[in-house]
Ligand binder design. Structure first.
Ligand code: SF4
Length: 215
């Protein structure tokens, strides 16, 4: 069972190509200025059985194709057993269906801690973006929030898709999705982007009464 914040498809702003996004619910790290505070509460979101999540992924892939899966949240490594079960399911599917599917995971834990505690999980990933978001450091490159967060490749496919993409900050994009009566923003915003968006909307008479970037 996985505690899920939201599964998204298609995701085009967090990794290579057209992707599935799996946002874990619950984050114990609480980085200052996190834009996803809605994912912090471990009892938020909803439980989903891993086979049900796999069925959802397969249906999305059959309908529109998929190049990879991005895990974020929330903190995927706060649910290591669930992450392991999803990775195993995806790797089985990838092998059976002969898909060229890369698995990219975000984490706010330092790389050294992940290597010490979760080496088995890292072996199942193609790429990893670890380390906590640091609001006092410069922005990170493409797909990364702050400059301390490296994009680490963990497989030949990961290297092929991600090795030369680290410095492309100019290509950062955000995606909007409207589902379940909510507006979901997918991607890594630039500094002050959310404040600018709020100011622009307010100037047109649209106020946000519940947002994920402050409590
Ligand atoms: S940036 Fe990521 S790791 Fe940091 S508090 Fe937000 S969800 Fe957690």
């Amino acid at each position: 069972m996985l505690r899920l914040n939201k599964a998204h498809y298609p995701v085009t702003t967090l990794g290579y190509g057209k992707r599935i996004g799996v946002w874990f619910q619950g984050c114990s790290i609480h980085c200052k200025d996190c834009v996803s505070m809605d994912t912090w509460e471990p009892n938020g979101g909803a439980d989903i059985a891993v086979p049900a999540l796999m069925d959802w992924c397969k249906a999305k892939a059959a309908a529109g194709g998929v190049d990879g899966v991005t895990f974020s949240g929330g903190e995927p490594f706060d649910q290591p057993q669930a992450l392991n079960a999803v990775l195993d399911g995806l790797l089985r599917w990838k092998k059976r269906a002969r898909l060229s599917l890369d698995l990219l995971c975000y984490s706010g834990y330092p790389l050294k801690i992940l290597q010490a505690r979760h080496a088995g999980l890292l072996r199942k990933l193609d790429a990893l973006i670890p380390e906590p978001y640091a609001e006092h450091l410069p922005e990170g490159g493409l797909w990364r929030g702050s400059a301390n967060q490296p994009l680490i490749t963990l497989s030949p496919l990961g290297a092929q898709r991600y090795a030369d993409k680290d410095g492309m900050a100019a290509s950062k994009r955000m995606q909007l999705a409207v589902e379940e009566g909510k507006v979901w923003m997918i991607g890594i915003p630039g500094r002050e982007d959310m404040a600018r968006l709020e100011a622009l909307c307010a100037a047109r008479g649209l106020d946000f009464n519940q947002v994920s970037w402050r409590r």
